[in-house]
Write a protein that binds this ligand. Structure first.
Ligand code: SF4
Length: 528
């Protein structure tokens, strides 16, 4: 649904800020693709764009693809911005540019909702989810689009039922330019891991859309040109297990109807391994990748961070179970925990080798405002506000030792030979268990073949000829070519190349050790 009862017209510019280079945005993969320039379409801003009054013209700009121009700001009567903590500086920069054109600017989304004081210059702060604050913001802009004298803070008390959420305005985004499609079924997570701000921001009782909304959104994503994979951005896909079970038959039916042209991936807690009925449905719906916040293989550390649910099934057994349903596991890992010891880095490398997980996002612990971790460290006087540091946590181990361990782990885990060995394992132990749907007309179309050829050309030229890990690449690539595993070749190399290049930056000290760190971020603010 859209907001109702607004009669006049306002031109709205929605601007999504650039990401700082990070492990999880895959920018080193883009030059190997056929035109990808950004990671995922931003759900929040596209939902807001779809919720605005029907007669309001909306421009959507993702600054990861192109920067908003002076002409865009001049065209608009109001500017809407949304993003995460990692985009904080870029959001404040968009505000500065909009004000240079005397445009009113409102900010919403997870970062401002958790930390309103990060955004002192914005005219309107929209805190919380879509709801009464959104209606109030729209009503105010409709009445008067000039800048208020003082900052106005609007906080959602009454959230819009997710079954009433409009389909995100995917038509405004350049969907084929994204590495992955994005979709959201639920919001919130029942657990309370000490470091996580999700339960505080979105609640412990997951809210849900209907399965029919999801299939309608998938239809629209397809219409808008999505290819490849769609990521369920839900905080925890099994936050409500019954809801996941309700959705899966609809996804399976949709896949059968459309010819399995898309693969799915999601985030879920590792105890999903205890639910074979969900995993079987996911296999049939063609879920191929699952992100699990394993965080650490150390049971003492898991208990300390209140993530005991990761131990409901022994971790290695859980990973093998997910592999047996055809899913590659991607793992979040945190270093700098209070329970870490000097040998933690070595234990992590042993875990990586034993689990054969190719992609692990290894971050330094960061205390986010509004989390139990923040409250505890504040009580213990262990929060450090220093933008030159990679984390705001006063670790138990010396800071330099923790950062050195992180760099060493990144440098070792992503050596090309080791990484390709892990992909080789996935092909033999996980990918082979995937559903093998018949090829659809879309997959065998000339357009799709041309796309695949363009990616192969880029991969062979940029990695196989110009790259500096040619020997390892060709060993892996020739095996794929000999077995006709072209899709595995393309998918693995896109990700592997990013991991190898990003890890080199990391171990060389050229990038942040925490996804949330503010260090070094200015370089990514786009030039005007
Ligand atoms: S399970 Fe995941 S989403 Fe839920 S509280 Fe823990 S870290 Fe956050």
């Amino acid at each position: 649904m859209r907001v109702e009862g607004i009669e006049n017209v306002r031109r709205i510019l929605c601007v999504f800020p650039r990401y700082t280079s990070s492990f999880g945005t895959f920018e080193y993969a883009y030059p190997l693709t056929a035109g990808v320039e950004a990671f995922m379409p931003p759900q929040g801003l596209l939902v807001i764009a779809a919720y605005l009054p029907e007669q309001w013209p909306v421009r959507f700009i993702d600054e990861n693809i192109r920067a908003a121009t002076p002409e865009d700001f001049e065209w608009a009567e109001a500017v809407l911005v949304s993003g995460m903590h990692i985009q904080r500086q870029q959001m404040n920069d968009i505000c500065r540019r909009a004000h240079a054109h005397d445009r009113v600017v409102a900010i919403g989304g997870p970062s401002v909702s958790a930390c309103p004081d990060y955004y002192p210059s914005f005219d309107y702060l929209h805190l919380g989810e879509l709801g009464d604050a959104t209606n109030e913001l729209i009503a105010r802009l409709a009445r008067d689009p000039s800048r208020p004298e003082q900052q106005v803070v609007l906080k959602t008390a009454d959230r819009l039922d997710m079954t009433k959420f409009p389909i995100p305005a995917y038509e405004l985004a350049e969907i084929p330019r994204y590495f992955l499609g994005s979709i959201q079924y639920s919001s919130g997570c029942p657990y309370q891991c000490e470091f996580c701000d999700i339960p505080g921001l979105y609640g412990r009782n997951p809210r849900l859309k209907s399965p029919q909304q999801i299939t309608a959104e998938l239809d629209k994503l397809l219409e808008c040109g999505i290819m490849g994979s769609v990521y369920f951005v839900d905080d925890n896909f099994i936050g409500n297990r019954k809801a996941a079970l309700d959705l899966l038959p609809h996804l399976i039916e949709w896949q059968k109807k459309t010819g399995y042209v898309l693969r799915f991936s999601c985030e879920a807690t590792l105890n999903i391994a205890k639910r074979p009925e969900i995993l079987a449905g996911m296999r049939e719906a063609f879920f191929c990748t699952i992100f699990c916040g394993i965080e650490t293989p150390d049971p003492v550390a898991l208990k300390a961070m209140h993530k005991d649910h990761n131990m409901m099934v022994p971790i290695m057994e859980a990973i093998h179970t997910l592999n047996s349903f055809g899913m590659e596991v991607v793992s979040g890992i945190i270093l700098g925990l209070d329970t870490d010891k000097p040998e933690t880095g070595q234990h992590l490398l042993e875990f990586i080798e034993a689990s054969q997980i190719p992609l692990l996002t290894i971050n330094l612990l960061q205390a986010l405002p509004g989390t139990p971790l923040w409250d505890r460290l504040k009580r213990e006087n262990r929060l450090i506000e220093d933008e030159g540091r990679d984390s705001n946590v006063d670790f138990r181990l010396p800071y330099e030792d923790v950062v050195t361990t992180w760099r060493a782990c990144m440098g070792s885990a992503y050596q090309p030979a080791k990484l390709f060995e892990r992909y080789e394992y996935q092909i033999g132990h996980a990918y082979k268990n995937r559903l093998q749907p018949p090829r659809s007309p879309q997959q065998t179309s000339w357009k799709n073949i041309k796309l695949g050829l363009a990616m192969l050309r880029n991969i062979f030229w940029k990695v196989g000829v110009l790259g500096d890990y040619k020997i390892e690449f060709w060993k892996f690539a020739l095996r794929r070519l000999a077995r006709g595993e072209i899709e595995h070749l393309i998918a693995s190399i896109l990700v592997a190349h990013h991991l190898i290049m990003f890890a080199r930056d990391a171990s060389g000290g050229h990038t942040n050790a925490s996804y949330y760190s503010l260090k070094l971020q200015e370089a990514s603010v786009p030039a005007e």
